[in-house]
Design a protein around this ligand. Structure first.
Ligand SMILES: *Cc1c(COP(=O)(O)O)cnc(C)c1O
Ligand code: SF4
Length: 381
């Protein structure tokens, strides 16, 4: 057994351990266990500095999760966009391929709580229909291995999947969505990266949320991936009590860049059952983004997105930089709130109102009966 597998075995997971280690009430621990099991491996456990700190909050079950039982289990409507088991196909040229239900740690904020940890929900038996779907859909050029965490598969199993994907000519890019570099960096071994690099172009998107997660171990893990020619991106989630202030996010993004991980997305928290206590007001995210752009390296600035409830996909949200706009000019403000004017190129029949492109429930909305909130702030001259 490899070291990382032993560490998974040594994870805190039982009700008894939760009561003993974290002082949870037994009845509460039992209900939490039923709702979404715990798995805290010894590495991630060692990052906790004090009860209730940002590391603790991400992995230790909390009674508050039991409060929002009415919230959605599948806020991103992934099930509706799953043509065959294990595949989520939302965007034209790329698809998610769920390869396992297991993870190196179970995150209390997980959007896929409904599936993760339950091997009956993401099963290897269904891989064949998933491969067939990918083969038949030549528009798919980018496949994202996800789960669960695809690095919970053994190197041999993962290689089998990669070989099979590489037989499909229209697949150009293979991405791995894995939290292992952050939660169990011991999973990244010379043997693993030696195998992965045979199947380039391989990209990894990982998931660090707090600067304390940048350690010697995670630095080594990300370095090994980068040395193997694998570009590593980071998808962080903005969470109350974890990282919802500009200093923490700034520190995290700069530290990621220093370990050769490129910040990719910063997510507004999803409306997931049992995770709504992590949500922050949109204002907080916008203010944080405002304090990044221009202030730190552009390479360290992620895209702030909302993964739209109901399955609309990731939608970028930006602080307001356009102060006013007319047919022949745009007035902008910079990161220091100084105003600048840029003369625009004037066009015949300029489109000033894009609202007739908008759709709701598949129907085109006529400009005149558009809900007010959909009116676009594009000014006529
Ligand atoms: C996030 C996601 C992707 C990848 O989106 P990118 O913006 O290309 O990173 C693909 N499919 C689904 C279902 C997703 O949620
Ligand atoms: S590693 Fe990802 S899929 Fe697994 S519990 Fe954490 S957020 Fe969910």
């Amino acid at each position: 057994m490899e070291l990382w597998q032993e560490m998974i075995r040594e994870s805190i997971h039982s009700v008894d351990q939760l009561v003993e280690r974290f002082g949870l009430d037994r009845d509460v621990a039992q209900r939490l266990d039923k709702f979404f099991q715990a798995r805290i491996n010894p590495y991630y456990l060692s990052l906790i500095r004090y009860p209730g700190d940002p590391i603790w909050k991400q992995c230790v079950p909390d009674e508050i999760e039991l409060e929002d039982i009415d919230a959605a289990e599948d806020p991103l409507a992934e099930e509706d966009m799953s043509p065959v088991p294990n595949i989520v196909h939302r965007y034209p040229d790329r698809a998610l391929f769920l390869t396992t239900s297991q993870c190196g740690l179970y995150c209390r904020f997980c959007t896929r709580k409904r599936k993760v940890g339950d091997s009956t929900k993401i099963s290897m038996r269904n891989l064949e229909s998933a491969f067939k779907y990918l083969e038949e859909h030549s528009e798919i050029s980018d496949v994202i291995l996800s789960g669960g965490d695809p690095l919970m598969l053994t190197d041999a199993m993962l290689e089998k999947i990669l070989i099979r994907l590489r037989e499909i000519k229209h697949i150009q890019v293979i991405r791995l969505g894995t939290k292992m570099p952050c939660v169990l960096p011991q999973r990244i071994t010379p043997k693993l990266v030696g195998m992965l690099r045979k199947y380039h172009p391989i990209y990894v998107n990982t998931h660090f949320n707090h600067p304390w997660e940048i350690t010697e171990e995670s630095t080594n893990a990300c370095g090994m991936l980068a040395d193997a020619g694998i570009p590593v991106g980071n998808q962080a989630v903005l969470m109350k009590g974890v990282n919802d202030d500009a200093e923490t996010i700034k520190d995290l993004m700069k530290k990621l860049l220093a370990i050769r991980v490129r910040p990719y997305y910063l997510y507004q928290a999803d409306l997931t059952k049992g995770a709504n206590h992590f949500r922050t007001p949109l204002r907080v995210g916008l203010e944080i983004m405002d304090k990044l752009r221009g202030h730190i390296s552009g390479l360290a600035v992620p895209q702030y997105v909302i993964d739209a409830p109901g399955g609309g996909g990731k939608i970028p949200i930006l602080p307001e930089y356009i102060i006013a706009r007319s047919e022949d000019k745009i007035i902008l403000r910079n990161f220091k709130y100084n105003l600048y004017e840029y003369p625009d190129v004037k066009e015949e029949n300029q489109l000033t109102d894009r609202s007739h492109f908008l759709r709701k429930n598949g129907k085109t909305l006529k400009s005149k009966n558009l809900p007010k909130y959909l009116k676009l702030p594009i000014l006529n001259s």
